[in-house]
Write a protein that binds this ligand. Structure first.
Ligand code: SR1
Length: 348
C-alpha cells in the first residue's frame, strides 16, 4: 500500500478520543472498582484550545493516573453536536463516569439522561445541567469577578469609562457578568462604552479585531474588564496595535505561564487577573466523579476558590511561570475539595 494511502486509512479509522494508559494494579484499600484498577472515565470538553483548557485537561489526566483510571479524553471543538455524539460514544464504551467540561446545556440534557439511566456517574464543570444527580464544579465565578473588579476600582476609582468583553451562554461568563452588572449598578460613575467578544478556536485574535474597533470608536475608555484570559490577550494585542498600551488597564480572569509573561512584560496594560490553578480544577473534577463511582457522597456544588494575582506582585516576587506561582503561594496548587484518604494526590 502506498504510504500516503496507508496514512489516510489509519487517520480515517482513528477513534475520536485519546486513551491514557491505566495503572495496572489497583489502589489497595480503595473502594471498588478502584481497588482492582481500570475504572473508565470520559472527559468530554466543549473547548480544548487555549491555556486554561489545556491545563485543566493536564490536571484531570494527572489525577486519573494517580487513581489508576483509564481516562478517555474527547477533544472539544466548540461543536455542540459533536459533544453530544461524544457522550453517546462514551456510553457505548461502557465508561463508569463522565466529566462534561463546558458546553451548551440545551444540547446536552437528553444524552446526559441516557448516561444516568445506565448508571454512569456524571459531573459537570462550568455547564449548568440542572439535574440534582449531577454535581457542578466551578471556580466561584462571582468571587473571581469581585476580586478583579475590586482591584479595578482600587486602581481607577469609581468613575471611569469601560470596555467589557462578554459572550452570553457560557455559565462562568454569565456568573461573572452578574457581578459586573451589580458593580455598575452600585457605581453609576462606571460607564460601559463598548461591549464585544467572541468564543471560538481563535478567541484572542477575533477579540483583538473587535477590541481595536471598539477602542478606536471610544478613545476615552481607560479600563477593560475581560474576564477570560483569551479575551485579555485579544485586548492587549489591540492596544499594542493602536499604540495605546499606556492609556488603558486590563483586568481579567485565569492565569497560565504565557499569561504571566504577558502581564509582567515591560509596559503591559494587563495589570491584574483573578484565577484558580486550572490543573487543580481538572483534578477536582476527576475526584468528584471517582467518589461518585465509589458510591461515596459528593456535594451538589464543588467550588475551587480563586486568588487575585497582580502585575506588581508578580514582578516584585520575580514570578515567571505557574510553577513559580505555586511555589510562592502553595494554596494555588492544592484544593481540599472532594477528596478522601484513599485518593492519591495528583502530581502536576
Ligand atoms: C468560554 S468560558 C471561558 C472560561 O471558562 C473557564 O471557567 C475559564 O475560567 C475561562 O475564563
Amino acid at each position: 500500500m502506498k504510504p500516503f494511502l496507508r496514512l489516510a486509512l489509519t487517520t480515517a479509522t482513528l477513534p475520536l478520543f485519546l486513551v491514557l494508559p491505566a495503572q495496572a494494579a489497583g489502589l489497595p484499600g480503595a473502594p471498588a472498582p478502584f481497588d482492582k484498577g481500570g475504572a473508565k472515565i470520559a472527559l468530554i470538553s466543549y473547548i480544548s484550545a487555549g491555556d486554561f483548557f489545556q491545563a485543566y485537561q493536564a490536571g484531570a489526566e494527572a489525577q486519573a493516573k494517580a487513581l489508576g483510571v483509564d481516562l478517555r479524553v474527547f477533544p472539544g471543538r466548540q461543536n455542540a453536536s459533536e459533544q453530544r455524539e461524544q457522550i453517546l460514544q462514551a456510553i457505548n464504551l461502557g465508561v463508569d463516569g463522565i466529566v462534561i467540561d463546558h458546553g451548551l446545556p440545551e444540547s446536552l440534557g437528553d444524552v446526559v439522561e441516557q448516561a444516568l439511566s445506565k448508571n454512569i456517574k456524571v459531573v459537570a464543570f462550568d455547564v449548568n445541567l440542572n439535574n440534582p444527580k449531577i454535581p457542578q464544579v466551578e471556580q466561584s465565578d462571582h468571587r473571581l469577578a469581585e476580586l478583579a473588579l475590586d482591584k479595578a476600582i482600587k486602581d481607577n476609582g469609581t468613575a471611569f469609562k469601560a470596555g467589557y468583553v462578554y459572550v452570553a451562554g457560557f455559565a462562568p461568563l454569565d456568573r461573572r457578568n452578574e457581578v459586573w452588572e451589580k458593580v455598575k449598578a452600585a457605581n453609576p460613575g462606571i460607564e460601559q462604552k463598548a461591549h464585544f467578544g467572541s468564543v471560538s478556536d481563535t478567541t484572542a485574535a477575533t477579540t483583538a479585531d473587535q477590541a481595536k474597533a471598539a477602542l478606536q470608536a471610544n478613545p476615552d475608555i481607560t479600563v477593560v474588564f475581560a474576564p477570560y484570559d483569551e479575551f485579555a490577550r485579544g485586548v492587549k494585542l489591540a492596544l499594542a496595535d493602536l499604540g495605546r498600551s499606556d492609556a488603558v488597564k486590563i483586568y481579567s480572569a485565569d492565569v497560565s505561564t504565557a499569561d504571566i509573561q504577558e502581564i509582567t512584560e515591560a509596559g503591559s496594560p494587563w495589570v491584574a487577573t483573578a484565577a484558580t490553578n486550572p490543573a487543580v480544577v481538572g483534578a477536582v473534577s476527576i475526584r468528584a466523579v471517582a467518589l461518585q463511582i465509589a458510591g461515596q457522597p459528593v456535594p451538589p456544588r464543588i467550588v475551587v476558590e480563586p486568588l487575585l494575582i497582580t502585575q506588581d506582585e508578580l514582578r516584585a516576587a520575580g514570578v515567571q511561570t505557574v510553577e513559580d506561582l505555586a511555589r510562592k503561594i502553595p494554596a494555588f496548587s492544592t484544593s481540599a475539595a472532594v477528596t478522601a484518604d484513599w485518593i492519591p494526590a495528583a502530581a502536576f
